[in-house]
Design a protein around this ligand. Sequence first.
Ligand SMILES: *Cc1c(COP(=O)(O)O)cnc(C)c1O
Length: 396
Amino acid sequence: MREAMLPVYAPPTEVFERGEGMRLFTTEGDAYLDFISGIAVNALGHAHPRMIEALNDQAHKLWHTSNMFRVPAGEQLAEKYCAKTFADQVFFTNSGTEAIECALKTARKYHYVNGEPHRQEFITFTGAFHGRSFGAINAGGNPAYLEGFGEPMAGFRQLEFGNMEAVRNAITKDTCAVLIEPVQGEGGVREVPVEELIELRKLCDETGTLLIYDEVQCGAGRTGKLFAHQWADGKADPDIMAVAKGVGGGFPLGACLVTEEAGKGMKPGSHGSTYGGNPLAMAVGNVVFDTLCEDGFLEQVQQVAGTLKQGLASLKDRYPELVEDVRGKGLLTGIKLKTPNKALQVKARDHKLLCGVAGDNVLRLAPPLIATDEDIREAINILDACLADTSPEDTA
Ligand SMILES: *Cc1c(COP(=O)(O)O)cnc(C)c1O
């Protein structure tokens, strides 16, 4: 019974019972083209044979021991993350929120063991989304997500997105870290230009401030690089990074990646998780990571992303009275609309195309990374038909 669910979500009536690649199928047998993939989660699409095999094999062997024992597949996955990123060490979690919590705690502990325990303030940005725990809603700063949950926590300072001058002025001897999504998801699919990331890195270096990236949504190959900040070619590496969503491909998995230096305060007992890094998640996480790293995989994502970008640009050209802007990076894209985003989302769903929405009246598209040019054309054609059927006067 739907009434038995705490009504914090308002899903449509369709019920999906099966998925395959780019498609989801309802109990009625209707097929939908999935261009949101559980909000940037199903990176390899639905029911990927290698993921099923890895999960099944592991399910027959061992599900859980807790981190009081070694999990070899976790050690392997951590080593792979470190080999392909700035990181030296990894903590596994079950979600993005938990990865953020680990990042925030790691940053404060770093300054604490460095003899600067007063460095507690996190600098964050308008439009940010970092999850739903008390720490994460305070980091995100969205008034709607904070309302009714008590006094805002001390130690978070929010600056205007894209205002580098404000960052320069805001960093003090009490600043702990700058926390930023290289591409904002929830906030409206807004990319931080690579030059700004490089400048943030410099500012942090000059002031002994830690740089934390939230790549929960924009990581895992979504922008056409393994992680979005890697478009800066090593010139804007963070000290700490939270990932989740796509890295598990649909199995609950997140991680907090750190440099040895940034992680130096974290010792036995500093942090923990019962389920984080469990054998099932590690089995799937290894397959997802290996697939993302296969020769040509990310190049294919970049190529298809180019097709999507072109398609969206053509929609903007054809419907200037409806489309204000197209934005994003790689296969994390948004259409900023002049008519309500949710109305277009519903219309697309009526045409069997699943899209998301984001802040700033954006329709969000985040298809599985296995999307082909043909899938892109199909989606663009459906959106074209939906826009053709929309009037600038439509309000809901
Ligand atoms: C989804 C998201 C989170 C939270 O992840 P959960 O797995 O829902 O806890 C954090 N940061 C960003 C950027 C996200 O998109």
